[in-house]
Each structure stands twice: as C-alpha cells, then as structure tokens.
Design a protein around this ligand. Structure first.
Ligand SMILES: Cc1cc2nc3c(=O)[nH]c(=O)nc-3n(C[C@H](O)[C@H](O)[C@H](O)COP(=O)(O)OP(=O)(O)OC[C@H]3O[C@@H](n4cnc5c(N)ncnc54)[C@H](O)[C@@H]3O)c2cc1C
Length: 306
C-alpha cells in the first residue's frame, strides 16, 4: 500500500459514512434483493455467472442470524424463480457462528435444503478471520457428507492452508466426495505467526495451493484480480488440460471489469461476487483498503462531494 493510501486507511474510521458509501458504490449491488437481481441479470447478459452475498456479518443475537437465514433462502428462491445463472455465498458469523455453533449449523442446513429444493443451487461458505477458520472447515467437512451443493473458501495467506487442502482432498477421496474450494489470498489482518505477509510469498503459496487442488481433482474457484496469478493459473490450466467442469475464475463486483470481460472473451467461465444489503459498511471498508486509487477517490469525494 502506498503512503497516501496508508494515511487514508488510518483515518477511514472517522470519514463520514456518506462519503464512504459514495466511493464504495461500485462494490455493492444496492440495498435490496431487487437491486441484486438486476445486477445478476446484467452480469448474466455479459456472459458472467454470479454468486450473491447478503451483507450482514456483524450480528448481536440469534434473531438476526435467523433473519439472515430467511433472507438467504429468499435469495435462492428468487434465483430459481427467475432462472438466473447464480448461486449463494454465506458468511457463517452472519448466521450465528460467534454466538452459538449449533444454531449456526441449523441455519446453514436450512439454507442448503432450500438451495437443494430450488434447482440444487450451490452454496459457498466464505472464509472469515482466523478465530473462525477451524470451525468453518469443520462445518464444511460435516455438511459435505450430506449435501452435494456446498463448498468452502480457503485463504492462501494462511500458513496452514496447504495442509488443510491435503486433509480435505484425502478425506474427500476416502468418502468419494469432490472437494470444492474457492481459493483467494485472504482479506483480514492476521498475525505473522499464522499468515504470510509478503506479497510474493502469498503469490507463491497461492500457486502451491492451486497446484495441489488441481492435481488432487478438486473443483476450484480461482478468485483473484492479480495479473500474475491469473497468468500462472492459465498456465496450470493448460498443463493439466483442465476442462470447464474443473474450475472457474471469480472476481468481485466493481473490481477490474476489463480483466473480467477479457477472461470471458477468452472463453473462461467467470463468476462475479455480488454483495447487497443495508449492512454495507464493513465490506466496503475492506474493498476500499485494497483499491490502489483509494486515497484519490476519498480525497476527491471529500473535496467535491462526488
Ligand atoms: C470472488 C471472491 C471471493 C472472495 N471471498 C473471500 C473470502 O471468503 N474470504 C477472504 O478472506 N477473502 C475473500 N476474497 C478477497 C480476497 O481474499 C482478496 O482480498 C482480494 O481478492 C484481493 O486480492 P487479489 O488476489 O485480487 O490481489 P490484489 O493484489 O489485492 O489485487 C490485484 C489487483 O486488483 C486490483 N484490485 C484489487 N482489489 C481492488 C479493489 N477493491 N478496488 C479496485 N481494484 C482492486 C488492483 O489493481 C490490484 O493491484 C474474495 C475475493 C474474490 C475475488
């Protein structure tokens, strides 16, 4: 991160929410399910698939977890009704993971059953910060024995990820279940003891993990906007003669649209992550911090209101 972005990043918490909202609009489909569906239809028309995320990770009680669960189910029913090419991504903390694991599992089951009843739509469990890594992996291991429409996210910045992949592939092979992983770098701030910090180290680990997933027969969502990783992933895809039923590229809404469109034109399957909802702040802050133009956007918005 350059020095100006670093400085703006420190003061982000005191920047008015109206300014943050304005500059992060590109990352969020809108406040309502109608907004999300409109974005999904427009992406489908451009040849992209979608995965929809109901924003709302910061909850305080199980009633909110239950409300989020119902909303996720509504998303799935609506996707099926409209026949769009989309699935669902869920954050387990928004479904109660930090409050009551058993309730969270119940909620995820309800979502998976609804997804199964609505065209056997796929549900991806996003990966959050490290206090939840093991619980998220464990829930995926448990549920994949009962549901064939569930997948997990792993983060290449975590030192443990390579061995998690080995364990999941081994266990999947024994159970004759195909492991389904979205591989991303990871977005949360983690301690050096558990996470690689250096950009090149993370890239190397990303490629090591991707190679393991691919050679182990997993289905992989290659989730990155990094030209180096996209280039290396393409080489790996050719080396292993991977067909479209083994992988897809994935990108975030509002990030590097030209690279996304180029991959689609090259014939790759590409899925866009479409977050929507009232609870936009936390997600927007994470995205802004990754934006190399963040300082410029915020300064312009502060000075001009645009
Ligand atoms: C589909 C998808 C799902 C994800 N799910 C998770 C998850 O479950 N858990 C998790 O921890 N992380 C998740 N992430 C986030 C991921 O971990 C990274 O933080 C994020 O993708 C940035 O890493 P990168 O590989 O794109 O590389 P970077 O080096 O960060 O980005 C490469 C280039 O892309 C551009 N870019 C990246 N971000 C932005 C931005 N916000 N605005 C403008 N330009 C940008 C810049 O030009 C940058 O140089 C997900 C990412 C994707 C694409």
């Amino acid at each position: 991160m350059n020095i100006f972005n670093q400085a703006v990043s420190w003061v982000l918490p005191i920047i008015p929410k109206s300014i943050v909202k304005k500059v992060s609009e590109r990352y969020i489909a809108g406040a309502t399910l109608d907004d999300a569906m409109r974005t999904v239809r427009s992406l489908n028309a451009k040849g992209a698939m979608a995965t929809v995320d109901v924003l709302g990770e910061f909850i305080h009680n199980l009633k909110q977890a239950c409300d989020n669960t119902k909303y996720c189910c509504e998303v799935l029913r609506r996707q099926n009704k409209e026949g769009v090419n989309a699935n669902l991504s869920i954050k387990l903390t928004s479904l109660g993971l930090a409050i009551d694991i058993a309730e969270c599992e119940k909620n995820v089951r309800e979502i998976l059953i609804t997804a199964r009843e609505n065209g056997n739509r796929f549900v991806r469990m996003d990966m959050e910060n490290s206090p939840y890594t093991q619980q998220t992996i464990d829930l995926y291991r448990k549920l994949r024995k009962e549901f064939n429409n569930v997948g997990l996210v792993l983060q290449a910045y975590l030192r443990r990820t390579e061995s998690d992949i080995d364990m999941l592939l081994k266990e999947g092979a024994a159970l004759q279940i195909r492991t389904n992983i979205r591989l991303c770098k990871g977005i949360y701030v983690e301690a050096e003891e558990i996470a690689y910090k250096n950009r090149e180290e993370i890239q190397h680990n990303y490629m090591r993990c991707l190679e393991r997933l691919v050679s182990g027969g997993a289905y992989v969502g290659i989730a990155t906007h990094d030209d180096v990783l996209i280039g290396e992933a393409k080489k790996l895809i050719s080396k292993h003669n991977l067909t479209n039923d083994a992988f897809e590229f994935q990108m975030l809404l509002g990030v590097r649209d030209q690279v996304r469109d180029h991959l689609i034109r090259e014939g790759y399957r590409l899925r866009v992550y479409v977050p929507f909802g009232e609870d936009w702040y936390g997600y927007s802050i994470r995205r802004l911090k990754e934006n190399p133009q963040m300082a410029g956007y915020i300064t312009k918005a502060l000075l001009t209101g645009k």
